[in-house]
Unconditional design. Structure first.
Length: 266
């Protein structure tokens, strides 16, 4: 079975195997990786985290859990142009440094194993955590509580237009989280000019859930770098079908006409 299929299969359980799925995602980029071995070592981290948690009701242990991970050396990668390793789960577990999304994934897996209520929130530009019923979110990179005014500030810092909306604060499921992770890897591999790796991530994004026009545009751009006009043409056509923006649709139609004309033959 391929790492891609193993990743997708992890989502077919009654309770999706989120950690294992993310490890199979990493295995696509690291053929030497054995997800089963990493899962065994994760048990040691679970014991370390559990031993340092205070004696409180499970509903009050989410923030102590995140802070316990910080105390064990896990922290956010603050590089302006992060390396793809900051979004590969097995590398983050080794380095204890990575994207907030991956830190959140680790916290979510530990919370599930320790029966601590916690869910992920796909906040624009910065993945967050939420305790069901709480009036705040948690930053997986700092352990800080974020109230609505903090979330508005974070939205502005991330350059996101518009007001804070209820959908920004809603918990997301395992499939959405993994699709976010695949998008992050796609972006980081593209910035690193590893276009074949970025293409794997772009394909995975489209397999994990309903695609957006931007997902097809991102893959079309990668196909451009790989000098594959047929692939780029297909994705531009799909993006045109999905686009609700009249200006974007016009631009896509123009690009498609240019591709269809191609170079003149002499």
């Amino acid at each position: 079975m391929s790492p891609r299929q193993a990743c997708l299969n992890c989502l077919n359980h009654d309770t999706p195997a989120l950690l294992e799925a993310a490890l199979w995602m990493s295995a696509e980029h690291d053929p030497l990786l054995q997800p089963g071995e990493v899962l065994q070592r994760f048990n040691d981290l679970q014991q370390q985290v559990s031993a340092g948690l205070p004696c409180l009701p499970a509903s009050e242990l989410a923030q102590p859990l995140v802070r316990r991970l910080l105390a064990l050396g896990f922290h956010a990668d603050l590089e302006l142009l992060p390396h793809p390793a900051s979004a590969l789960l097995h590398k983050v577990l080794q380095r204890r440094q990575g994207q907030p999304l991956v830190l959140a994934l680790i916290a979510l897996e530990l919370a599930k194993r320790l029966d601590i209520p916690l869910s992920g929130v796909n906040f624009p530009g910065h993945f967050l955590l939420r305790v069901p019923g709480a009036d705040h979110l948690l930053d997986p990179g700092s352990g800080r509580r974020l109230y609505p005014h903090d979330c508005r500030e974070l939205l502005l810092r991330n350059g996101q237009p518009g007001e804070l909306r209820a959908e920004h604060l809603q918990p997301c499921d395992a499939t959405t989280l993994l699709q976010c992770l695949a998008r992050t890897l796609r972006q980081l591999h593209r910035h690193a000019e590893d276009y074949l790796a970025a293409l794997k991530d772009a394909e995975r994004v489209l397999q994990l859930g309903p695609p957006q026009a931007e997902d097809h545009l991102a893959r079309a751009e990668i196909y451009d770098y790989l000098d594959c006009p047929q692939g780029a043409r297909f994705d531009l056509q799909q993006a045109l079908l999905l686009s609700n923006d009249s200006l974007q649709s016009l631009q896509l139609s123009q690009r498609l006409r240019q591709l269809q004309q191609g170079p003149a033959l002499h």
